[in-house]
Design a protein around this ligand. Structure first.
Ligand code: ADP
Ligand code: ADP
Length: 228
């Protein structure tokens, strides 16, 4: 587990013509679940990608567990990201997809890796799918695999980029409950991005509202939405 601290984090594109993230400062506590909500194009994805190390900030800093990771490569950060489009390797099996992240980030033996993947697959209810390839899976199953791949690494921080947007309404409800169960069980610091206000209301300990790249306010869901 770890804190995440964003200090005047900024990202410009096109030589400053686009300010995607406009000096955002945010403290996420150890084990806290923060949901970042805002309309499409408000900078949610860019913020997450900077925390993950997939995009470099124009200015400002990012600390994880007190360590300044602003200039660290993605693979040297103890974060796992879950994407809207799952981002699974199509030609690898579910087992290989899940083991891939492990190989990058730990020095476990082959047998230990196998055991970890088995344990996590069971936790996610995908143990029957381990030999399948992503093309054989439904959207909900793919997202379970993507969650499993993130969990198996036991990261300090989970980053969720609209993970449920491509699922139908019923599956979204199921997976919301699932993600909350995982959060309760694992207690990992989590930042969850969505444009869906209803989702934002029901997920997370705290909401952060982003608009035009700026952080408008943060607070408990109930307090944020009850204000006029
Ligand atoms: P959101 O995730 O909230 O939909 P994004 O972070 O994807 O928002 O995008 C924020 C803004 O930055 C948008 O105006 C988007 O078009 C722009 N943007 C994002 N990535 C790039 C990029 N690689 N090049 C230029 N503009 C970008
Ligand atoms: P999201 O809102 O989830 O980021 P998008 O479809 O907006 O999804 O962005 C997908 C990818 O395209 C991201 O890597 C983002 O950085 C990039 N992107 C978004 N807007 C632009 C843009 N105006 N110019 C170039 N790349 C962009």
């Amino acid at each position: 587990m770890a804190t995440v601290t964003l200090d005047t984090l900024r990202k410009e594109f096109d030589n400053g013509r686009i300010v995607a993230v406009d000096d955002v400062s945010l403290d996420v506590a150890d084990g806290e679940f923060v949901t970042v909500v805002g309309p499409s194009g408000c900078g949610k994805s860019t913020t997450l990608r900077m925390i993950a190390g997939l995009e470099s900030p124009t200015s400002g800093s990012i600390r994880i567990g007190g360590e300044d990771v602003t200039d660290l490569h993605a693979r040297d950060r103890d974060v796992a990201m879950v994407f809207q489009n799952y981002a699974l390797y199509p030609h690898k099996t579910v087992r290989e997809n899940m083991a891939f992240g492990l190989r990058m980030s730990t020095d476990l033996s082959k047998a230990e890796r196998r055991e970890k993947v088995d344990e996590t697959a069971e936790m996610m209810g995908i143990e029957e799918l381990l030999d399948d390839t992503p093309g054989e899976l439904s959207g909900g199953q793919k997202q379970r695999v993507a969650l499993g791949r993130a969990i198996v690494r036991e990261p300090d921080v989970f980053l969720f980029d609209e993970p449920l947007s491509n699922l139908d309404a019923k599956l979204r409800t199921t997976m919301r409950t699932e993600i909350q169960r995982l959060q309760d069980e694992l207690g990992v610091t989590s930042i969850y991005v969505t444009h869906d206000q209803e989702e934002a209301m029901t997920m997370g300990d705290r909401l952060a509202i982003l608009d035009g790249g700026e952080l408008q306010q943060t607070g408990r869901p109930k307090d944020v939405y009850e204000r006029p």
